[in-house]
Ligand binder design. Structure first.
Ligand code: HOZ
Length: 429
């Protein structure tokens, strides 16, 4: 496959952008490759600067649940552009999107729009601290909640991909109030809450973890988080930046029947434009300025173009059987990939929740970050590079999830499975 133009662009980028990219994982460094520079994307296909087309399972890391350039999103964005691009003053579009979010997620009674998932989690934590008057927060190893200082402890995503334990630039004192516990480990959570529960402002968790590959919560885990936070007056925050409107219209909380105090959203609610949001119980949200004393602000918050893309996307997701159809496609893909590995006698573990998948190159069950770290990363890299060469755009890290969109049809998925069979046979030891 000719990738000359991508290579040339990367050389130019390296000179003026750190690492040549604006977000680390896409540099593809850990898989011994270089970034693919994109020209355009349509449906489930993404096309690079050399004219190569790939079946896309990154989907901009989650937002493109309808596929790329969906006509209703493009129309909505085009028509709002004629009104202007940013006003720094409210519009009706912010209310419409907020109403849609509140309608979809019953635990959210009020919601504040921001510009990214990082901003959503960072602001939710500040609010939890302001509301409870406590400092300590609990997170889980391998979960990634964006790059705010207090959350860069045992984090997943790029931090895991590049094996960075914490981060230079984050003073020790900034993370001294952060406890990170093993995901899905109910006993260690009980122990911490028994000892320190009354000092804990909040527990933040990805209800389905999508930043150490894809890891589902085991039965009783989320329930225990809910029960013990309630008993101790701590707030439970679900980071549904990835899972919101993805694993179900009402997010992971609707799948598992747990009602958190606060929820962070992003990705899909922006329809591919930069949006985040945090929302929750009214009495908590009323503590945000200007209604309350906890400060948070943003010039581009509630940006009309982003709001329009979000509204158009959420509207499409209400179609009957949308999620059933999507989940069946994802199931077909995961079964095909696992089957391809088995035929080649390669150990893999496949995890799936809705249209999010993880294919781990390990013989272990993957329930937490330690399990995910048992993966054969060399094998993963060889698989990634083989699949790219055959026209499949997968996340370039063992510690990221894959996403199926409504634009993938059976034919695309079967093409990917055929490629996986060939690549896996080549990996056979
Ligand atoms: N860390 C994000 C995925 N979980 C985004 C990676 C990127 O955009 O490069």
């Amino acid at each position: 496959m000719n990738r000359e133009n991508s290579k040339k662009l990367f050389v130019r980028a390296l000179d003026i952008i750190p690492g040549g990219v604006n977000s680390p994982v896409r540099a593809c460094k850990n898989v011994g490759n270089e970034p693919t520079f994109i020209d355009h994307a349509q449906g489930c296909m993404i096309f690079d600067e050399d004219g190569n087309g790939y079946i896309d399972y990154i989907g901009s890391w989650g937002p493109m649940i309808l596929g790329h350039s969906h006509p209703s999103v493009i129309d909505a964005v085009s028509s709002v552009l004629k009104r202007g691009t940013s006003f720094g003053a409210p519009t009706d579009l912010e209310i419409i999107l907020a109403e849609m979010v509140v309608d979809a997620v019953p635990s959210i009674e009020m919601v504040r729009m921001v510009n990214s998932g990082t901003e959503a989690t960072m602001s939710a934590i500040r609010l939890a601290r302001g509301f409870t008057g406590r400092d300590t927060i609990v997170k889980f190893d391998g979960c990634y909640h964006g790059h705010a200082d207090a959350l860069l402890v045992e984090a997943g995503s790029g931090v895991a991909t590049l094996s960075i334990p914490g981060s230079p630039g984050v003073p020790k004192s900034f993370v001294s109030h952060t406890l990170s516990l093993p995901y899905n480990d109910i006993d260690s959570f009980i122990e911490v809450m028994e000892k320190r529960g009354e000092n804990i402002a909040c527990v933040i968790v990805e209800p389905v973890a999508g930043n150490m590959g894809l890891v589902a919560p085991k039965h009783g885990f989320l329930e225990t988080l809910r029960d013990l936070t309630k008993q101790n007056g701590s707030l439970l925050i679900f980071d549904e930046v990835m899972t919101g409107f993805r694993v179900a219209y009402g997010g992971a909380q609707s799948l598992y029947g747990i009602s958190p105090d606060m929820t962070c959203l992003g990705k899909i609610i922006g329809g591919g434009l930069p949006v985040g949001a945090y929302g929750g119980r009214r009495e908590i949200m009323e503590h945000i300025a200007p209604q309350g004393p906890v400060y948070q602000a943003g010039t581009l918050s509630g940006n009309p173009v982003a709001m329009a893309a979000g509204i158009a996307t959420l509207t499409q997701l209400k179609a009957p059987d949308f999620y059933d159809t999507l989940d069946k496609k994802a199931d077909r893909l995961l079964s095909g990939l696992v089957n391809a590995a088995e035929k080649a006698e390669i150990n893999v573990t496949g995890n799936r929740v809705g249209s999010m998948l993880g294919l781990f190159f390990t013989d272990r069950e993957v329930l937490n970050f330690d399990n995910a770290k048992t993966c054969d990363l060399e094998m993963f890299s060889a698989f990634y590079n083989g699949m790219l060469e055959k026209g499949n755009f997968l996340a370039p890290s063992q510690f990221e999830a894959l996403f199926v969109s409504a634009a993938h049809d059976t034919e695309h998925i079967d093409t990917t499975i055929t490629a996986a069979k060939e690549v896996m046979q080549g990996l056979r030891k």
